[in-house]
Design a protein around this ligand. Structure first.
Ligand SMILES: NC(=O)C1=CN([C@@H]2O[C@H](COP(=O)(O)OP(=O)(O)OC[C@H]3O[C@@H](n4cnc5c(N)ncnc54)[C@H](OP(=O)(O)O)[C@@H]3O)[C@@H](O)[C@H]2O)[C@@H](O)CC1
Ligand SMILES: Nc1ncnc2c1ncn2[C@@H]1O[C@H](COP(=O)(O)OP(=O)(O)O)[C@@H](O)[C@H]1O
Ligand SMILES: [K+]
Length: 453
């Protein structure tokens, strides 16, 4: 199945869940048989009758592979297993049940479907030498690679490549999806992500972002109760106008664009005026703000206010992460990788862990943007989402910042608001389609909202 709202685990969390399952009386062989059956089911779908090469390493990932080969052969598929090393532990039992053709990895025949059971969450060092050469040869010749649990060569936590990676067209995650599927080289090397939980009970405060449930305004609502968003314009007023337009379409009742050079807003609900602190439910500071003296002063003024803030773009270059802890009102930060590194230091491999650390340190909700976007709260919750790569165009971050401010004004709940905004932003991108520009994105927000009512 395609995972939705699924927990995302580290290798250590996965091993703990497996251990709890065994402590509850389940046998390792039974779990591996269930895994093998699930892999054979998916492989059969992708093979469509074509010959299959199954790669089997020495660990349990290889055990899953030997079991899958047996089930596929029983269904009549032409299967060869290419093995690396001597299977031990539970994998040895699976190997002993396989009586079909087996060759060494370096002799693996190139076939249309390759099932990758070389290494899973137990990868402990870089793949180099003869196995790396075999991987390159097989990938070049295969039409389709199905990875068992995780593509071989990916670090299960950070998604970083350790030596060569056998890039997959689809990955069947076993038990739970892993952090490495969403990060680093794992973004490009996992292909379509599928999940079989194998009946394991896994929970985590880190989950895939699900479609939010939104409510239409109530009969008693008016423009102020629905939430007034203030957007502070600076030296590049176009960015603030874009954010204001997104905030207006994101459900805010009223949007005020403030600044000397704000220009004429192009949306009826966006007024050019000063932001009334008594009425503003959320204020966005940063898109196109500039970094000069004026921008510094504005930033300091808003930071010292007791208003809910979204800090984006230039504001993120003018603030100090630790001073945010002094704020009494909620703060949401929306940095891209460069802004994040400036504020909190270069993240180690695991960006999810880095975003959680940053949220804890600053006390703010952190939206770490990129090919995978992570929403992290200071209480240790995170939601992870992979939007369309067509978002990688100027101005889409301003749209997201405006959306966060709008959802904050509506919900008054920072983590929830950031999650809603990230989902709506990605959905609007999917609706806008290829070659989108930031203005198209804003136009599609109402359709994305309609899908959540
Ligand atoms: N527990 C269960 O019942 C279930 C587990 N499941 C499955 O188990 C998988 C985890 O299995 P695992 O822990 O055995 O580790 P795995 O990924 O097979 O690799 C370890 C082996 O590879 C070797 N090795 C590592 N790096 C290497 C390198 N670069 N080059 C060469 N060798 C290298 C390493 O050698 P060592 O480091 O010990 O020298 C060891 O021999 C998991 O992803 C899922 O598929 C599911 O079916 C659910 C049921
Ligand atoms: N490769 C990518 N795949 C998916 N989304 C991306 C990718 N690169 C950037 N994005 C998204 O595009 C937006 C860019 O924001 P940002 O870098 O702040 O740009 P800008 O400041 O020009 O608005 C973010 O929402 C980010 O998640
Ligand atoms: K694998």
């Amino acid at each position: 199945m395609r995972p939705v709202d699924a927990p995302i685990v580290t290798a250590a969390e996965m091993r703990a869940a497996e251990a709890a399952c065994f402590a509850g009386g389940a046998s390792q062989t039974a779990l591996m048989e269930a895994a093998a059956r699930a892999i054979a089911r998916e492989a059969a779908r992708f093979a469509m009758g074509r010959p299959i090469t199954v790669l089997a390493g020495a660990g349990n990932n290889g055990g899953d592979a030997f079991g899958a080969a047996r089930f596929l052969a029983e269904q009549g598929f032409d299967v060869v297993v290419a093995a690396l090393g001597q299977a031990g532990g539970g994998a040895a039992a699976m190997r002993s049940r396989w009586s079909g053709a087996t060759v060494a990895l370096h002799e693996a025949p190139v076939r249309p479907l390759v099932v990758d059971g070389l290494f899973g969450i137990g990868l402990s060092r870089a793949i180099t030498g003869a196995p790396a050469a075999a991987i390159e040869r097989l990938r070049a010749g295969a039409d389709f690679v199905l990875a068992i649990d995780i593509a071989s060569g990916l670090d299960a936590d950070s998604g970083e490549a350790r030596g060569i990676v056998l890039r997959a067209d689809a990955t069947l995650a076993l038990g739970a999806v892993k952090r490495g599927h969403f990060q680093g080289a794992g973004i490009g090397a996992s292909g379509a992500l599928l999940l079989d939980t194998l009946g394991l009970s896994v929970d985590s405060p880190v989950r895939m972002l699900a479609r939010p449930r939104l409510a239409a305004p109530g009969a008693a609502d008016h423009k102020y109760t629905r939430g007034l968003v203030g957007v502070v314009a600076g030296t590049m007023p176009g960015a603030a106008r874009l954010a204001a337009g997104a905030a207006a379409r994101g459900g805010a009742g009223y949007v005020v664009l403030a600044g000397e050079d704000a220009g004429v807003p192009f949306d009826a609900v966006v007024q050019r005026a000063a932001i009334d602190p008594e009425r503003a439910a959320a204020v966005l500071v940063g898109p196109g703000l500039g970094r000069g003296d004026m921008a510094c002063t504005l930033c300091e003024e808003w930071l010292s206010s007791d208003l809910t803030l979204v800090l984006d773009g230039d504001a993120l270059s003018l603030i100090d992460a630790d001073s945010l802890r002094l704020r009494t009102a909620p703060t949401v930060l929306t940095p891209h990788a460069g802004e994040f590194a400036r504020l909190f230091g270069e993240p180690s491999g695991d960006r999810i862990a880095a975003a959680l650390d940053a949220a804890q340190r600053s006390g703010a909700v952190v939206v770490l943007k990129g090919a995978t976007t992570i929403v992290a709260s200071s209480s240790g919750e995170a939601r992870v989402h992979r939007p369309s790569s067509w978002l990688s165009t100027a101005g889409t971050g301003d749209v997201l910042a405006g959306l966060v401010a709008a959802r904050l004004a509506v919900t008054k709940a920072p983590f929830r608001a950031a999650c809603e905004a990230v989902w709506l932003h990605a959905r609007a991108a999917a609706l806008a389609g290829p070659a989108l520009v930031a203005d198209d994105l804003a136009m599609h927000i109402p359709i994305a909202i309609a899908e959540c009512l």
